[in-house]
Structure formats: C-alpha cells, structure tokens
Ligand binder design. Structure first.
Ligand SMILES: *[C@@H]1O[C@H](CO)[C@@H](O)[C@H](O)[C@H]1NC(C)=O
Ligand SMILES: *[C@@H]1O[C@H](CO)[C@@H](O)[C@H](O)[C@H]1NC(C)=O
Length: 612
C-alpha cells in the first residue's frame, strides 16, 4: 500500500510538472463540475443557507476497478444458453471485482486528508468502493466547492439539506463516481406523499373462492378476481395453486421497507385466516437495518400489503421484512450528525455486507429518472449488477410513484412531463430504478379473462441507460410496429421497460385487524400502493424454490432468461398507459412498454427454469 501510494504521488506529480503546475496541494485546485441543476427541483422550495455546523453523513462512490468484468460475469451466469448459467459469484468474488484500484483509494484518501479527514474517520464498504464520513456543512462546501441550502418539500413539509451543484478536483475524475447527499433531492417521504388506501366493501373471506379454482384451468379463476384480488386469485391466475414449496430451508424472499413502516404479524395471521388458511401460523422475520424499528402497534399499510401478498403466494417459504431506518427530519439547531437521508443506499449497503442474501427481493421505490442525477443513478444501478451476479433477483414496480400530485396517472409520465434541463419541453418521463438494465421492472394489469394493462402502468425508455442486448430484438419489433407514434417524446435507444407485468390493484389487505381494499388510482386520490412487483416476486420465489429443490442454483438476474423464454409469460395485448397529455403506449402482441412480456404462468415457467 505504501509503495503504491508513493507511485501514485510520483505519477500525479509528474503529470502536474508536465502541465507546468507545482506539486503539493495545488493539485486539488483545478475543479470540474460533477453535477448541477438549472432550476430548483420541482416540489421543493429554497429556505436559505444550511447552518455551517450542521453535520451529516457524506457518501463517496469510488470507481469500481473491475466493474466491466463484473457485468461480463453477470451476463454469463444469467444467460440461459451460456455454460456458466446459474454459476453465481460469491460475495468475495464480487467484492474483488468492485474494489477500487489502489491508486483510486490512495488518491481519494489524500484528498480527504487534505480536508482534514483521516482514514480512521471513514467507514468503508467491505470492497472499499463506498466511503462514508461524517462532515459539517462548512467542510462539505469546501470539499465540493458548493453551497448547501435547506429546502422544504411543498407537500410534506419535509426539510432537507442539498446543493444545486457540486464540483470535484479534476484529478479525481474517473476515481469518484458520485457524492451524496448533494444534488439528488428525492426522499422516501416526499415520494410517499400521496399514499392512499380506499376502503371499499371487502369480501369477508375467500374460502368459497378457493373451492371454485380448478388447478391449471384459468377459466376457473373466480369472477370476483376481476375487481378484488386475494392470494387465491393470484395463485389461480398465475397457475401456482397446487405448488408446494420444498426448499424452505434455503429459499428466502425479502421485502424492503422504509419510513418506519412496520409489517404486523397479528394482521398477517388475520389475513391467513381469511385468505390462506393453510398458512396460519407462518410468520416472517424482521431484520432491522440502520436504526430501523419494528413497532407491532403501528401496522403500516404498505408493509402489511407487501408481506401479506409475498407470504400469500409463497407460504411456507421464509419471508424477511427489511425495516430500514427512516432519517430524522432536518433540524437547524441540531448539530449532531443526522444520517444522509438515503435509506435506500443504507439498505443496499447493508445487503452488500451480508454473506447470504434472499434469492428474491422486491422493493417499492421510484422517482422520475430526470430528477435523479445521472452520476447517482449510475452508481445505484451498478449496485444491482453485483446482487444479480450473486444470484438475487431484484424486482421493481414500473410505476410506483406519483411525484406530481394531484395527477392521478403515471403511465408514460405523471404531471407536466416537462424536462428539467432548461429546455422545458414535454418528454415522456422514464422511472428509475425501473430504467436500470440490471433490475426486473414489473408493469401493472387489471381484470381477468383476459388481463388488460392498467392505465397507470409505468413504461417507456431510459434516457440514461442504453438498451441492453437481451431485449433488443423484442423491443425493435415493437418499435417497428409503433412507427412514428410518439416520435420525439422518448428515446428509442434507451433501456426499455417494463420487462413483465402482474395484477396491480384491488388487493384485499388486513390493517389493524380489518380487511381493507387497496385501490390503484382514482381521479381524486392517487395511490402508490401498487402490488405488481410483490406479486411477480412471489412467483419468482416459487420458481427459485423449484430450482433449488431440484438441485439447481437460484435464478439471479432474470431478464436474459425472461426475454429468451418461448413460453411461461401470458402476453397482454390490450390497454394503454396514457400520460404527459398523450395516449402513451398501447399494449400489443409481443413485448410492449406497458406490460412488457406479460404476466407469469408459473406452471409453464417451471419447465423454462428447469431447462435453463
Ligand atoms: C438516449 O439514450 C442514449 C442511450 O442511453 C443516451 O446516450 C442519450 O443521451 C439519450 N438521449 C437523450 C436525449 O436523452
Ligand atoms: C399450468 O401449468 C401446468 C403445468 O404445471 C400446465 O400444464 C398448464 O398448461 C398451465 N395452465 C395454463 C392455463 O397455462
């Protein structure tokens, strides 16, 4: 290490001599802007300068030296025709690939030391690719040549400390990928501003429904499932009613929760009593992340919904609920360190430290891609590649978010859909992380016989991430059929999503002992409690069970397998996802940016995953 740091100094010193600059601290003087906004992000109001003494946790993402190599491994182990399919990497193998180059680590350390931060003040991820350090606003402003301000969210009143731009010394280019918190304003609380549950007349139990279902015969899916979803509906619709999980000693499905939302066990038992009697007594494990809680007196709607449906589909498969600590609101007179208000990164950080992680994970979180700075989005997206390589399937809803309440629709974009780069033109607004090529994005359907796309199903094309080769052929077929419709409103060369779809609304849920129905959306009350990702994740967990109980690996990153499958997904061919004052896209035969490849048929997918 000492040797390599000497080499670093010499190399950089020479570069500076060559450029006619003196050695020493001057090397930090030439700056490059890392990211800047042209306007305060919509929904936020500037309050004033952040107090100089306010302390927060700063994160630095260092360039992962072997990231391209990691992606090569990811595709080899995820491509069903490759000889390495299913041969996932260990945590140690992944850590070795994502570790920064020693020169990168040394250079960043030298820069931190220049700002009075010692190596011992830093907390590093196991691979050393992420550094966390507690800094004051004053210190961060000097490091990043910026000004931090306090901003208030217009709907929730939440206050955050953020910057309109930030810079790094030019010599750190290619060494530091992103710094947070800086210019990403999205927070879990702000994104959850429009949560809504509409109590409708619930059906009291569905024992009668269960009797109606004839396994493998979609024609016997109970008619009530057209408007009211229970586990019986989903298991019948997706052809998993008769499957009995066997790999319960190894297979786990995880649900990630934030914002002090707690999944309640008593409610789960009530739910089982009503809707899945054979699962009564089955519970779940709550794992606390970064100060997360587990208050059983405060059942959370979304947490209950998530756990009741993942369990409702996968019982007796073990379920884990990850409760990640919400961040305390900013208080101007508190000079103690507040965490960085990045519970999502906290959760992914935590997973990265675990030697064993659930084979299937669903999480609700999403934001307009353009509101997530590209450097930040890329660093987060890259994290999913490492979990895929380790054998975990990550599922995201493609439309789990309505930032511009009171607009009820996401579809191809909620709200005005104006670009925030100063040009202020209308463009479809892709959603991140659904737009990340390393996750599986799930669109929404409603009704039965046939299922149709739900109007708020998010879908479209990324402006940040290029179209991955696993989807090119199917996406090109769609684009050819689309012709010039919506031309200029979306980026045809971007990663296209969703990948698949599942039922998204009308889910019966027990909260505080009472059955309630969660609606998708209505003109007056948009909601984000969309269950398509959890539903699809439940089916994936059963497929993982099937593979594991047949002596095979977990599925890991799903997309190359899904796009190459010739059976197992029921194509959804009607419905559309209007938004941005347009009709959006229309579901049609084959892949489309409304429902992707379609909804799962577990029975048929069993043969697909067994032969992979
Ligand atoms: C379109 O997508 C490509 C590939 O991801 C990207 O390089 C390009 O910048 C995008 N164009 C726009 C206008 O966002
Ligand atoms: C359900 O799965 C079985 C295999 O378990 C398959 O034979 C059947 O065709 C599937 N049903 C439908 C309606 O796709």
């Amino acid at each position: 290490m000492l040797w390599s740091s000497l080499v670093t100094v010499v190399v950089y010193g020479l570069a500076q001599v060559a450029q006619g600059k003196p050695l020493g601290s001057k090397r930090w003087d030439e700056l490059s802007i890392k990211h800047e906004w042209v306007e305060v992000p919509r929904g936020w109001t500037l309050e004033g300068p952040a107090p100089a003494e306010h302390k927060f946790v700063m994160r630095l993402a260092l360039k992962q030296d072997g990231f391209d190599e990691l992606v090569r491994h990811l595709y080899e182990v995820s491509e069903p025709t490759h000889e390495r399919y299913g041969n996932h990497l260990s945590k140690e193998e992944v850590d070795a690939l994502i570790a920064p180059h020693p020169d990168t680590a040394d250079l960043v350390e030298a820069w931190l030391a220049h700002h009075g931060i010692q190596s011992s003040d830093c907390h590093r991820s196991d691979a050393g690719d992420w550094i966390k350090v507690s800094v004051s606003v004053e210190q961060a402003e000097q490091m990043l040549s910026t000004k931090y301000n306090v901003y208030t969210h217009e709907t929730t009143g939440e206050q955050i400390v953020r910057a309109m731009s930030y810079s790094l010394p030019s010599v750190l280019e290619g060494h530091i990928e992103t710094v947070a918190p800086t210019t990403y304003f999205g927070t879990m609380r702000a994104m959850r501003a429009t949560n809504h549950v509409s109590p409708v007349k619930p059906i009291e139990n569905d024992h009668e429904l269960q009797a109606l279902v004839s396994p493998g015969n979609l024609a016997t899916v109970p008619a009530s499932c057209a408007t009211t979803i229970t586990p019986t509906c989903l298991r019948a619709l997706y052809n998993s009613s008769t499957y009995v999980p066997k790999a319960t000693a190894t297979n786990v499905i995880g649900v990630a929760g934030y914002l002090e939302e707690f999944a309640n066990n008593a409610d789960l038992q009530t739910f089982f009593n009503r809707f899945r009697t054979d699962a009564v007594g089955q519970t779940f494990e709550t794992v606390l992340v970064n100060g997360g809680g587990n208050n059983q007196n405060e059942p959370g709607t979304e947490a209950n919904l998530d756990i009741q449906y993942t369990e409702g589909i996968t019982a007796p498969t073990p379920n884990v609920y990850f409760s990640t600590g919400g961040s305390p609101p900013f208080t101007p007179d508190s000079f103690t360190t507040t965490n960085s208000n990045e519970p999502y990164l906290d959760f992914l950080d935590f997973l990265g430290t675990q030697s064993s992680i659930p084979q299937t994970i669903s999480t609700s979180y999403g934001d307009d891609e353009q509101t997530v700075p590209k450097d930040y989005a890329t660093s987060v997206c890259n994290l999913f590649a490492q979990f895929g390589a380790r054998g975990t399937s990550f599922l995201f809803s493609s439309g789990d978010e309505y930032t511009d309440a009171p607009y009820p629709v996401r579809g191809v974009g909620g709200g005005s859909c104006r670009t925030n780069d100063g040009t202020n033109v209308v463009r479809f607004q892709p959603e991140f992380p659904a737009s990340c090529p390393f996750v599986t994005a799930v669109g929404g359907t409603i009704k039965i016989n046939p299922e149709v796309a739900v109007s708020f199903s998010g879908g479209g094309f990324s402006n940040y991430f290029a179209q991955p080769s696993y989807q090119t052929a199917k996406v090109q077929t769609f684009l050819t059929a689309l012709g010039s419709t919506n031309e200029g409103l979306f980026n045809a060369s971007g990663r296209a999503y969703p990948d698949v779809a599942a039922q998204s609304e009308g889910f019966q849920v027990v909260i505080g002992g009472r059955v309630t129905s969660v609606a998708g959306t209505s003109a007056s009350a948009p909601t984000m409690l969309i269950q398509d990702a959890q539903t699809f994740a439940g089916i994936v967990a059963l497929l993982n069970d099937f593979r594991l109980s047949n002596g095979k690996s977990s599925l890991g990153f799903l997309n190359p397998l899904l796009y190459s499958a010739t059976t197992g997904l029921t194509d959804i061919t009607s419905g559309s996802n209007p938004g941005c004052s347009t009709n959006g896209f229309t579901a049609r035969a084959g892949w489309d940016p409304v429902t992707g490849l379609g909804t799962p048929d577990f029975g048929r997918l069993q043969s697909v995953v067994l032969n992979a």
